[in-house]
Design a binder for this molecule. Structure first.
Ligand code: GDP
Ligand code: MN
Length: 396
């Protein structure tokens, strides 16, 4: 589950990570009130108005702007709230901005130059350990840094039994070229960040930029936080932070009924039981010259009700030109699934795309007979290859 920047920052701060302070606002009037409150609390004269959407690169798309007085706060908040923000990480239509974060300006001039660093915490899958990845080249495109100057990206692996050790935090501060007060601040920042990562059961933190201010403080100016969905049961307070407006509506609907569904760009919808068979079916569709429109695992109980829900989810996608049902009847008998498909088909009514059904396993022959005799526009096949050939045929 992804958090908004403002939620991520609040969570980090609850573990002692220093952040650029801010208040979320839904309207320009709320933004002005937030700015006034921040001036009282922090003494800041300028504010940054930041679009809150689940996508990075907001600055480039015009979703992060500096306001030098309250009139500008109101005007900029009015421009950003309600806009469709297009960034390198969104689709061409962009994402609707429902709210903004009004934050204190932290790039104020002072004794020293400000510096922007990059820092993330994530699992290194090759070693099975958490690592902190960091770079002096923060603020900008980290992908470009990785491409052009990979030697400027450092990693620090953490032993799960020992946790982040003091010398590791100091090494990071040293590699970032810090000294004096900023060096100490960075070691505290890194330690608090790692604690937050572990205690919140997150799977990704990406803080870009981590800022060294002109008065040598170290703070998170941005926060991308992904919490492991499988751990949400022990973080009820985080589960409440989910913003369904940011997620694919069909995926949200599927999740609510306990189906695992992932929307994809292709033209062949698939309904499969078991994740492994679902992957194999997607490969089969590719081989047949199609492209999977989704991943959908209907799980063990493929009864009429579930099959109907699954058909309805698949049919919401206007790109779907055919549907391939590939179900192995082990625990669930094929004839029951076949009856489910027939009932669902009749209940939905106007299905206009061809459906290819492959049922294999217990009572597969009875199932095939049921479908063949149903008089519906459903093709039943038994062999994997037959299914592929039929997909190819209906797409042609
Ligand atoms: P992203 O573009 O989605 O990654 O959003 P960020 O939160 O990283 O902000 C983008 C950029 O806005 C940063 O890299 C900064 O250059 C700028 N920015 C953020 N906060 C401030 C601020 O307080 N003052 C000024 N002047 N610029 C800021
Ligand atoms: Mn950023």
């Amino acid at each position: 589950m992804n958090l908004h920047e403002y939620q991520g920052k609040e969570m980090l701060n609850s573990f002692g990570v220093q952040i650029q302070r801010g208040i979320v606002a839904q309207t320009p009037a709320e933004a002005v009130a937030a700015a006034k409150k921040l001036t009282e609390d922090t003494g800041t004269g300028w504010h940054v108005i930041k679009a809150q959407v689940h996508a990075g690169g907001r600055g480039k798309g015009g979703g992060v702007k500096l306001a030098k007085n309250l009139e500008e706060v109101e005007k900029i908040a009015g421009q950003i709230i309600g806009m469709h923000l297009v960034t390198p990480q969104t689709s061409a239509e962009g994402k609707l901005v429902n709210q903004v974060l009004v934050a204190e300006d932290v790039y104020y001039p002072g004794e020293t130059e400000t510096s922007e660093f990059y820092m993330s915490v994530l699992m290194n899958r090759a070693t099975g350990r958490n690592m902190i990845m960091y770079s002096t080249e923060g603020g900008m495109d980290i992908e470009a840094v990785a491409e052009n100057t990979p030697h400027l990206i450092f990693t620090e692996e953490i032993d799960p039994a020992l946790g982040l050790l003091g010398f590791q935090a100091r090494k990071i501060a040293f590699n970032l070229g810090l000294s004096g007060k900023a060096f100490k601040e960075m070691t505290k920042f890194v330690s608090a960040l790692y604690t937050a990562y572990v205690k919140s059961d997150s799977s990704l933190f990406e803080i870009n930029p981590v800022l060294k201010t002109s008065d040598e403080r170290v703070i998170a100016v941005d926060a991308k936080v992904t919490i492991d969905d499988n751990a949400l049961f022990r973080h009820k307070d985080y589960a409440e932070l989910r913003d369904l407006r940011e997620e694919n509506p069909v995926e949200v609907e599927a999740k609510a009924v306990g189906l695992s569904y992932v929307d994809l760009d292709g033209n062949v919808g698939c309904m499969v039981n078991g994740a492994g068979l679902a992957m194999a079916t997607m490969d089969l569709i590719k081989q047949a010259g199609g492209d999977p429109a989704n991943f959908l695992d209907v799980g063990g109980t493929a009864d009429a009700e579930r099959v109907e829900i699954a058909f309805n989810l698949i049919l919401k996608d206007p790109n779907v030109k055919a549907i391939l049902v590939n179900i192995f009847g082990g625990i669930v008998r094929c004839d029951r699934v076949a009856q489910g498909i027939i009932d669902a088909y009749k209940s939905i009514g106007n299905i206009e795309v061809p459906i290819i059904v492959r049922l294999e396993g217990t009572n597969a022959d009875i199932a095939k007979k049921l479908i063949d005799e149903s008089g519906l526009d459903v093709y039943s096949v038994i062999e994997f290859q037959e299914a592929a050939d039929k997909v190819q045929e209906v797409l042609a």
